[in-house]
Design a protein around this ligand. Structure first.
Ligand SMILES: Cc1cc2nc3c(=O)[nH]c(=O)nc-3n(C[C@H](O)[C@H](O)[C@H](O)COP(=O)(O)OP(=O)(O)OC[C@H]3O[C@@H](n4cnc5c(N)ncnc54)[C@H](O)[C@@H]3O)c2cc1C
Length: 196
C-alpha cells in the first residue's frame, strides 16, 4: 500500500491531523501504541464535550472519525524511522510503512525524534523535557518531516494539541497546493439572517 502521509502518534494531535489529511484525499497511516497521557485523563475542558469525558473515549472517538474519512491505524510501536530516497520508512515489530511525508505526534516521547536526528530544544510546559525545533508551522529541517502536538511545543491540553494537529495538517496541505487550504462544509439549507 502506498501512503501519502505517515503519522506516528494517535493522540489528539496525530488523530486530528489524520482527519484533515484524510478528508483532503491523502492516504494516511497512523501508527500508535496507545501509551500517551490522554489514556489516563478525565477531560472536562474540551470545547464541545460538555460531559465528563474519559481520555480513552475522546481518543476512540477521534480515531473513529479519522477512520470514517479513510485513515488507517496500526496499534504498534515504531522502532525505527529512516529516510530512504524520497520516502520515510517506519519499522514496527511486524510491518514497514513508507510515505514521502512523516508527522511525528509522539507527545512527550522523543526517542524517535532523537533517533532520526530531529533537532530538539528544551520544552517550557510542565513535564515536557524537550520539543522539536521547527519553522513555526511544524516543519523541521529534515525533508518531509513535520511535528505536531506536545512535540511541537504547544500547551498540554487536548483541545490545544488537537487544534495544533489540525493546523499542521493545514500547513502541509497549503504548502503542497501553493495556496491556503481551507476545509469547510456547508449546510444544505442555509440559516436565514434572523437565526444565523
Ligand atoms: C494524567 C493526565 C491527565 C490529563 N488531563 C487532561 C485534562 O483533563 N484536560 C486536558 O485538556 N488535557 C489533559 N491532559 C493532557 C493531554 O492528555 C495532552 O496534552 C495531550 O494528550 C497531548 O496530545 P498529543 O497528541 O500531543 O500527545 P499524546 O496524547 O501523548 O499522544 C502521543 C501518542 O504517540 C504514541 N507514540 C509515541 N511514540 C510512539 C512510537 N514510537 N510508536 C508508536 N506510537 C508512539 C503514544 O502511544 C501516544 O498515543 C492530561 C494528561 C495526563 C498525563
Amino acid at each position: 500500500m502506498a501512503y501519502d502521509v505517515l503519522i506516528v502518534g494517535g493522540g489528539p494531535a496525530g488523530c486530528s491531523a489524520a482527519i484533515f489529511l484524510a478528508r483532503a484525499g491523502k492516504q494516511v497511516q497512523v501508527i500508535d501504541d496507545e501509551t500517551g497521557g490522554s489514556q489516563r485523563a478525565l477531560v472536562r475542558n474540551h470545547y464541545g464535550r460538555p460531559e465528563d469525558t474519559p481520555g480513552p473515549t475522546l481518543l476512540a472517538d477521534g480515531k473513529q472519525q479519522a477512520k470514517k474519512y479513510g485513515a488507517s491505524f496500526a496499534n504498534e510501536r515504531v522502532q525505527k524511522a529512516e529516510r530512504i530516497g524520497d520516502l520515510w520508512r517506519l519499522t514496527t515489530p511486524s510491518h514497514t510503512f513508507e510515505a514521502p511525508i512523516l508527522v511525528l505526534a509522539t507527545g512527550t516521547q522523543t526517542q524517535l525524534a532523537e533517533q532520526i536526528g530531529v533537532p530538539l530544544q528544551p520544552g517550557r510546559e510542565p513535564h515536557v523535557r524537550q520539543i522539536a525545533v521547527h519553522d513555526g508551522r511544524g516543519k523541521t529541517a529534515l525533508p518531509g518531516l513535520w511535528v505536531a502536538g506536545i512535540l511541537f511545543g504547544v500547551s498540554v491540553h487536548t483541545i490545544i494539541t488537537a487544534g495544533n494537529g489540525a493546523q499542521v495538517a493545514v500547513e502541509i496541505l497549503s504548502e503542497e497546493r501553493g495556496t491556503r487550504f481551507v476545509d469547510h462544509d456547508v449546510l444544505s439549507s442555509q440559516p436565514t439572517a434572523s437565526n444565523s
